[in-house]
Design a protein around this ligand. Structure first.
Ligand code: PHE
Length: 486
């Protein structure tokens, strides 16, 4: 049984989609990962490359996903099947939808564990569990938090339940309502932290750390990290954006919407950097890597400042909210597929998904304690989930999506959905046909270990390849000729 796509729920307010999609995009990826990798891969130079990746790959892929969702008015599987059917192509392309749905689900199974850290630290802040601790004690607290499966399991279960409660309430009452206060609230809290940072004495160092341009620090690894992070941070190829797009009213402009979300996501990432690093530098700490950055150093820094507990509470409330608005978007594809195809109510679909999710995420959570030794090829379950989704499923899904849009579907589909002027449409087509696929293929070449593509060194070659494949592609494609010579 498939419900009528025309009667599909839509976002209530003008800002419904933008808030929800921004809520999905802005998450743990922005708040701890972006500032840290920016520092590691060359500061300002990395930021520039990251911005280029967002524009050249992220924005075209996001526009494609929203257009597919709105055109197909369904979960990724149903939407892609419908849109492909419209162009008279085989339904095998709906495999892309299956992969996206699975990808969102798998990301969430480890994301709830990290979000659980955030919730547990909020509790520690509130209950005074972090008071008076030294650097060593902080590290021990972080370790102890992970060591007990009951403790860690409690927090990730809480995140799972919260996610499912919101998703179960539905698109308008659950998702739209919650993000409409969570997102602005988060921005306000970030601003408060930035203003505090300005007076903390570490602001100048933070600015230098984030925006100093050192071209020599542009490594191939940094470029690849920037490209990979562009996918993750914009929630692409994981069903989230496509499904949210399926609730987008017909009159909304996809290009404008996409640019707004991408800009908001980037601004929040930069703001997070400006909020976090002054605190780190003012307290004489060095920006350390990964989860440690926030969970070990920040509580310590908050203790050293006036009103630190209050700021610490604000910070972890903000991080937990950002994580939650991303979590809900990761299961929306699955829940909407179950409702449309299996006749489940939203509530039943949410709880059913939640139970399976809980089982998988419990396995991921055990990687930090009793299951630390259950490894395969040196990675435990948590790492495998991260590796499979970020390294393989997202780039592969993104590649499929742009190839589908660029070469398989009738050009009217996107001409109508995107509603761009001829010039902008040609630019979008050039991006999805050549620039985005080439960029994604470079990630694969690197991931497969075939060769390290050193962008700083090889960019003339890459440019030449781009020109050649564009020429070959355009000469052999009668459709683009029609676009260019209407
Ligand atoms: N964009 C989210 C973040 O930056 C993560 C995410 C990935 C959300 C995939 C939805 C889908 O944390």
């Amino acid at each position: 049984m498939t419900t009528n796509p025309q009667s599909r729920t839509q976002w209530l307010g003008r800002w419904g989609f933008i808030l929800a999609a921004t809520g999905s995009a802005v998450g743990l990826g922005n708040i701890w990962k972006f500032p840290y990798i920016t520092g590691e891969f060359g500061g300002g130079a990395f930021v520039l490359v990251y911005l280029a990746c967002i524009l050249a790959v992220g924005v075209p892929v996001m526009m494609t996903e929203i257009a597919l969702g709105r055109r197909g008015r369904g979960s990724p599987i149903d939407a892609i099947r419908r849109v492909v059917g419209e162009s008279g192509r085989g339904s095998a392309w709906s495999l892309l939808g299956w992969m996206a749905m699975l990808c969102g689900f798998l990301i969430l199974s480890f994301y709830v564990v990290v979000a659980g850290w955030s919730f547990s630290y909020l509790w520690k802040m509130l209950s005074g569990g972090l008071a008076g601790s030294s650097v060593e004690e902080m590290a021990a607290i972080f370790g102890a938090n992970n060591e007990s499966p009951l403790n860690l399991g409690f927090w990730s279960t809480l995140v799972t339940v919260a996610t499912m409660v919101i998703v179960g309430k539905g698109v308008q009452a659950g998702i739209e309502k919650s993000v409409s206060w969570m997102m602005p609230g988060m921005v306000v809290m970030l601003l408060v932290l930035i203003v505090y940072g300005m007076f903390s004495g570490g602001f100048g160092d933070a600015l230098r750390f984030l925006f100093s341009f050192d071209a020599g620090s542009l490594s191939s690894e940094g470029m690849l990290a920037a490209l990979g992070h562009a996918f993750f941070t914009l929630s692409l190829a994981s069903g989230a954006i496509l499904t949210y797009g399926s609730y987008l009213p017909a009159r909304a402009s996809i290009a404008r919407t996409t640019l707004t979300v991408a800009l908001a996501d980037t601004l929040v990432a930069l703001m997070a950097g400006l909020a976090i690093f002054p605190v780190i530098f003012a307290n004489g700490m060095s920006p350390s890597s990964g989860p440690g950055l926030i969970f070990m150093s920040l509580p310590l820094a908050f203790q050293a400042m006036p009103l630190g507990t209050l700021f610490g509470i604000l910070f972890f409330v903000m991080l937990s909210m950002a994580a939650l608005t991303s979590s809900i978007s990761m299961v929306e594809a699955t829940v909407s597929w179950l409702c449309d195809n299996k006749g489940f109510s939203r509530r039943t679909a949410s709880w059913g998904t939640g139970i399976v999710l809980w089982l998988v995420s419990t396995l991921a959570m055990l990687s930090f304690n009793v299951g630390a030794d259950w490894t395969l090829a040196g990675k435990h379950f948590f790492d495998w989930l991260d590796y499979l989704t970020a390294r393989w499923m997202m780039p592969l899904g993104g590649l499929g999506m742009v190839l589908l849009a660029g070469f398989v579907l009738k050009s009217e589909t996107f001409r109508e959905e995107l509603g761009l002027s001829a010039g902008w449409h040609a630019l979008w087509l050039f991006m999805v046909r050549y620039v985005s696929p080439l960029g994604i293929l470079v990630i694969f070449v690197d991931a497969l270990g075939i060769t390290r593509v050193d962008f700083a060194l090889h960019w003339p070659w890459l440019l030449a390849v781009l020109v050649v494949i564009t020429l070959v592609g355009e000469l052999t494609s009668p459709r683009l000729r029609r676009v260019l010579c209407p």
